[in-house]
Write a protein that binds this ligand. Structure first.
Ligand code: ADE
Length: 415
């Protein structure tokens, strides 16, 4: 079997440079890389990563390899793969199955090829690998010791599987660790979504109205940065508590139908489907820009947009123009796929440093603990705190700790 299926190995030099750049800004992963090099916690293990294949992910793959693992990578989204980075991984002895703009069939073929690698441990981003293992590749289930999931969307799916007793190995909910979602989801998404929108459109945000649909940790980050860019922010949310949070954070709160006629930008961050559909699109003003920051490209109903339009064309890389019968134009960014990765490089390296350190330590935990039950498990608090402390340490920041007396006071009820 070929040990890779990629666009072009000759692209590797620029991939090596990208990996070298991010490595400098990932001090926590650097330290784990050293620890793993010394201790080889993954000796004899085969690991498949289904992640966004860009430079930070590549450094995670190399870190697991430094720990003794045999590693294969496959894309978790066909538009986020960077062909030069994938080529650099292959030159480093990692098996890779992915290319930018893979069709649906190619994407499935790549997942199957990666699974032919016969993993003991996996890392998934969004659930496609776990889903393939539990449907078309069930013969591999017995050998899987466990895995870790990166996203809110993936964990939702895993919990649904576990509830029905269908999840056949333990999965660590890396997304739910505080050192992940408080930084990656909030500050990572907040910055990378605007980075991608700004570099793609090259338009001003100050003074415009940005409608953000979904006020979870990712939506909060996107809203915070929109405000910082000078936008008026309006939040659409179905959860009344989160809607109150949005209001007290200083944003306007409305139904999407109310915001649709006047917002300039619409950004979906819900994890749900058909969130913006034809009824909303029909109300939008000329020049409205639509982007999605949720895992799957189902949040903005693309078939509806195509059906209500009389023409459609690409006007700039990652910008599709749709013209409605009355002449109004609506712009869709990055085919409605995860805009920060399809039209950008994903989260900043310093943020992915923490997320990928958690991923590496979650796999280390699984490798060391063979008796974990099937199901979805929180990352142990010690690992979460270890990553946070390593990050503080890398920043040269020190914090206090509780005295024994304070520990006793917090645990007592009589005083
Ligand atoms: N880079 C690699 N994986 C990523 C993710 N899940 N989100 C944002 N940037 C990333």
């Amino acid at each position: 079997m070929r040990e890779y299926n990629i666009r072009d190995i000759a692209l590797a030099p620029s991939g090596h440079r990208k990996i070298e750049w991010v490595r400098q800004f990932m001090p926590v992963l650097n330290r784990l890389n050293q620890e793993f090099t010394d201790q080889k916690p993954f000796a004899g293990k085969r690991v498949v990563l289904c992640l966004h294949l860009e430079a930070k992910t590549a450094y995670l793959a190399l870190t697991l390899q430094a720990g003794g693992a045999k590693v294969a990578v496959v894309a978790s989204n066909p538009l986020s793969t960077q062909d030069d980075v994938v080529a650099a991984l292959v030159e480093n002895g990692i098996s890779a199955y992915a290319w930018y703009k893979a069709t649906d069939e190619e994407y499935k073929m790549h997942i199957n090829q990666a699974l032919d690698f016969k993993p003991d441990l996996i890392i998934d981003d969004g659930g496609d690998l776990v889903s393939a293992l539990h449907t078309s590749r069930r013969e591999l289930l017995d050998r899987i010791q466990g895995g870790a999931e990166e996203t809110t969307t993936g964990i939702l799916r895993l919990k649904a599987m576990a509830k029905e007793g269908k999840l056949c190995f333990p999965m660590m909910a890396v997304n739910d660790a505080r050192s992940k979602y408080l930084f990656d989801n909030r500050y990572g998404t907040g910055q990378s979504v605007w980075d991608a929108i700004l570099r793609t459109t090259n338009l001003v945000v100050a003074g415009k109205t940005v409608c953000i649909i979904g006020y979870g940790w990712c939506g909060k980050g996107v809203a915070l940065r929109a405000k910082g860019l000078g936008a008026k922010v309006v939040i659409c949310e179905v959860d009344p508590v989160k809607a109150n949070e949005a209001w007290m954070d200083g944003h306007d709160v409305k139904k999407l139908k109310e915001a649709a006629p006047y917002a300039d930008y619409f950004i979906t961050v819900t994890g749900n489907k058909n969130v913006i559909h034809r009824e909303h699109m029909q109300l939008m003003k000329n020049g409205a820009i639509l982007a999605n920051a949720g895992h799957f490209d189902v949040e903005i109903c693309k078939p509806d947009l195509a059906q209500i339009s009389i023409s459609q064309k690409t006007v700039k890389p990652n910008i599709e123009e749709f013209i409605l019968p009355d002449g109004r134009k609506i712009y869709l960014l990055a085919e409605g796929r995860l805009v920060n990765l399809a039209a950008g490089d994903g989260h900043p390296a310093e943020v992915m440093d923490m997320s990928f350190a958690l991923q590496a330590l979650a796999l280390d935990y699984l490798a060391k603990n063979k008796e974990i039950e099937n199901g979805v498990h929180n990352v142990p608090l010690e690992i979460d705190n270890k990553v946070a402390l390593m990050k503080l340490n890398s920043l040269g920041l020190n914090i206090d700790s509780l005295t024994d007396e304070q520990v006793r006071y917090l645990a007592a009820w009589q005083e």
